[in-house]
Design a protein around this ligand. Structure first.
Ligand SMILES: *Cc1c(COP(=O)(O)O)cnc(C)c1O
Length: 405
């Protein structure tokens, strides 16, 4: 095997048993996706035509009218906000992210807010909090009600934002109904809601106007890729604000996937999305990954993951005070994971083990979300099966380190 990754860069390689975290480089693509990306890198494309072809596939996969490959779900949120503010108005596109004097408010339930929603603010949107978190803070029994959304709408409102997580998806039909009554787009963040495959179509079926997914998480696409899908005119606006538009109007052939019968009378200059352009490698790679994701037999993918985890569990079980169990994913249809729980009296603690794993060669990363309560999570979605053995040896050593130094 020739050394393809230069040695100094290869030195940063790790074994990622923590899931498709961005700081740990997201998904690991299949051979087929890697080969498609390498082939695309050696070709030239008309980027509008390439995105138009991708649009057809994204539309078929999500139930949307049109779609766009972005550099991630966060980029998709920025472009969705830019589309909601600007529509087909190129003077507004040109103004963004400055949005003084423009309708720029996006309503979001307090219980749907997360650290990624500033991606919408990056386009010039002002996020307006609505509702309360009474149920989540144990201060009351009522969730979001439609009057709370309804009464927050003003002439400055351009969209409503919702989150498709297991904790918040039940609000989506309510948000969709209010949005439809007021002819406002409902933007839904479904970045990490896959698998199951059914969640590709669920947000639009629930009434979302635009939805974003990460390409570099469970779909198994290039790390810096994502999908934006939804209403054709808004996808067109997003495309106009991301793609290189430095072309004379008379030579621009508007692809039907985005333009339908709409004929632009002028073209914007570089838009707000120009700094996060999706590459040809990302577009081709993500479309091949999406194809494979859709063709996957979910029951056997789940069974395969279960048996990898069982094998790993058998290899590392044993040390006193440490219990290991298979746990289900974050929502129905998500892949199982392994939880390693450390009793207070165990010879090693969860954080000792994390530190030891970091010193392993190559370093091993595991899920640390619950380390404070003595639990580590093993998620193999971004671990190549060929690395399972190295992971098992490294984990077993770290778990027994103190007893058998
Ligand atoms: C990961 C994530 C994002 C960002 O996705 P990228 O594809 O990394 O840009 C946005 N929202 C949620 C809920 C996420 O989990």
């Amino acid at each position: 095997m020739p050394q393809l990754i230069p040695t100094d860069l290869e030195a940063a390689r790790i074994i990622n048993a923590a899931g498709t975290l961005t700081r740990l480089s997201g998904a690991v693509v299949s051979e087929r996706v890697a080969a498609a990306m390498a082939a695309a890198a050696q070709c030239s494309f008309d980027m509008w035509a390439l995105q138009a072809a991708a649009s057809q596939r994204i539309a078929a996969a999500t139930g949307a009218e049109a779609g766009l490959v972005t550099t991630g779900a966060a980029a998709g949120l920025t472009l969705a906000a830019a589309a909601a503010i600007a529509g087909d108005d190129i003077a507004r596109m040109q103004a963004l992210p400055r949005s003084e004097g423009l309708a720029n408010e996006i309503l979001v339930p307090r219980t749907h807010r997360n650290g990624y929603d500033r991606a919408l603010a990056a386009a010039g949107a002002r996020l307006i909090d609505i509702g309360t978190a009474d149920r989540q803070t144990d201060a009351g029994v009522r969730g979001l009600e439609d009057w709370e959304v309804e009464t927050a709408i003003t002439p400055a409102t351009v969209a409503i934002l919702g989150n498709a997580s297991a904790a918040t998806e039940a609000d989506l039909p309510l948000l969709a109904a209010v949005a439809a009554r007021h002819r406002l787009p409902l933007i839904v963040d479904a970045a990490a809601q896959l698998p199951p495959q059914a969640n590709l179509t669920a947000p639009l079926a629930a009434g979302a106007t635009l939805v974003v997914f990460s390409g570099g998480k469970a779909i198994g696409g290039p790390q810096a890729s994502g999908l934006l899908a939804g209403r054709r005119d808004l996808i067109r606006s997003a495309a106009l604000q991301m793609l290189d538009m430095d072309v004379p109007l008379r030579s621009f052939v508007p692809p039907a996937a985005f333009f339908g019968n709409h004929r632009p009378t002028a073209l914007p200059r570089h838009g707000i999305g120009r700094g996060f352009k999706a590459s040809k490698e990302a577009i081709v790679g993500l479309m091949v990954a999406l194809d494979d994701f859709l063709a996957r037999d979910e029951a056997s993918a789940e069974a395969d993951m279960r048996s990898r985890l069982e094998r790993l569990k058998d290899r590392i079980a044993g040390p006193a005070g440490i219990s290991i169990e298979l746990i289900s994913g974050r929502r129905p249809g998500a892949l199982p994971r392994l939880a390693i729980d450390f009793a207070p009296a165990a010879a090693v603690g969860a954080d000792d083990v994390c530190r030891a794993l970091r010193r392993h060669s190559p370093p091993i990363h595991v899920g640390e979300g619950f380390v404070a309560s003595g639990r580590l999570i093993i998620d193999l979605i971004a671990t190549r099966p060929v690395d399972d053995e190295v992971l098992a040896v490294g984990l077993a050593a770290a778990l027994t380190r103190v007893r058998n130094p």
